[in-house]
Design a binder for this molecule. Structure first.
Ligand code: 13P
Length: 255
C-alpha cells in the first residue's frame, strides 16, 4: 500500500505574515476532517520555511518542503540555499526539477541529478518533477521525454536511494493553465513511469514509489484523478493557496 500524499507548492507567493496565516487556516480547515491517511506537505517559499516547519512539526501528518535547493554543499553562492540549510529548518522534503526551474532557470537533467544527490545526502526526500511540454505531447513524444528525464535525472541512484524518492508527473501544458490531464492521460503516464521504474529497479521498488499528479489539479477534479490506480496524490499549485480548496483536495481520496 503506497502512501497517499498531497503537496502544496506555493511558488513565489505570500508575504511572511500571509504565509503563516495560510498555514493556520489550513490546519483549522482540516481539524474537523483531518484525512489521517494522507501525508500533507506544504512547500512555501524559503522565506516561510523555518517558521512553517516550526508551526507544523508537532502536528501529525504535516511536513514541509523547500521548492528548490542548490547542488553544491555550501560556499560563495550569493542568493542560493543549500540542502543542509533546508534540513536545519526542520523540513524533510525538497522539490527538485520543477518545470519552472527547468524552463526559467535552465536546470537540466545533469544538474538535477546533482541536486537529488545532495538532497539525499542531507536526508531530504526529493520530490522529483518530470513531464512533457505541449510540443512533445502533440508530437507523441511524451513517453520518450519523460523517460529521458527519469534516466538522466535519477537512474544513477542505487536501488536503496531510489526507493527514498517521491516522483511528481506534471505535464507542462497543464501547469497553471486550467487544462488538466484527462484521467486517461494521467493514469497512462503514471503507469508508464511505474513500468519504466520496474524495468530498471524491479517490482519491489516500482510498487512503493509514490507518483503524484500536478497541473491544474483542484477541488473539483482531484477525486477522479486520485482514484486512478497509479496516482498516489497531487502536487498542487494555485489551489494550495486557498485553505478551503487545499483541504478539499486532501479529502478527495476514496478509502
Ligand atoms: P497549478 O496547480 O497551479 O497548475 O500548478 C501545478 C504545479 O506546478 C505544482 O508544482
Amino acid at each position: 500500500m503506497r502512501k497517499k500524499i498531497v503537496v502544496g507548492n506555493w511558488k513565489m507567493n505570500k508575504s511572511f505574515d500571509e504565509g503563516l496565516k495560510l498555514i493556520d487556516e489550513i490546519v483549522k480547515e482540516l481539524a474537523s476532517q483531518p484525512a489521517d491517511n494522507v501525508l500533507k506537505i506544504i512547500a512555501p517559499s524559503f522565506l516561510h520555511l523555518a517558521a512553517a516547519s516550526q508551526k507544523l512539526k508537532s502536528l501529525k501528518g504535516f511536513e514541509t518542503a523547500a521548492q528548490n535547493c542548490h547542488h553544491i554543499a555550501n560556499g560563495a553562492y550569493t542568493g542560493e540555499i543549500a540542502a543542509a540549510m533546508i534540513a536545519s529548518t526542520g523540513a524533510d522534503y525538497v522539490i527538485i526539477g520543477h518545470s519552472e526551474r527547468r524552463l526559467y532557470f535552465g536546470e537540466n537533467n545533469a544538474l538535477l541529478a546533482q541536486k537529488v544527490n545532495i538532497a539525499l545526502a542531507n536526508n531530504l526526500t526529493p520530490i522529483f518533477c518530470l513531464g512533457e511540454n505541449l510540443e512533445e505531447r502533440n508530437a507523441k513524444q511524451h513517453l520518450e521525454a519523460v523517460k529521458q528525464q527519469l534516466k538522466e535525472g535519477l537512474y544513477h541512484l542505487t536501488a536503496a536511494d531510489f526507493s527514498r524518492l517521491i516522483i511528481a508527473y506534471e505535464p507542462v501544458w497543464a501547469i497553471g493553465t486550467g487544462v488538466t490531464a484527462s484521467i486517461h492521460q494521467a493514469q497512462g503516464m503514471h503507469n508508464y513511469i511505474r513500468s519504466e521504474i520496474n524495468k530498471k529497479y524491479g517490482k519491489d521498488i516500482s510498487s512503493i514509489i509514490p507518483i503524484l499528479y500536478g497541473g491544474s489539479c483542484n477541488a473539483q477534479n482531484a477525486k477522479e484523478l486520485f482514484a486512478c490506480i497509479d496516482v498516489d496524490g497531487g502536487l498542487i499549485g494555485g489551489a494550495s493557496l486557498k485553505a478551503v480548496d487545499f483541504a478539499a483536495i486532501i479529502n478527495s481520496f476514496s478509502e
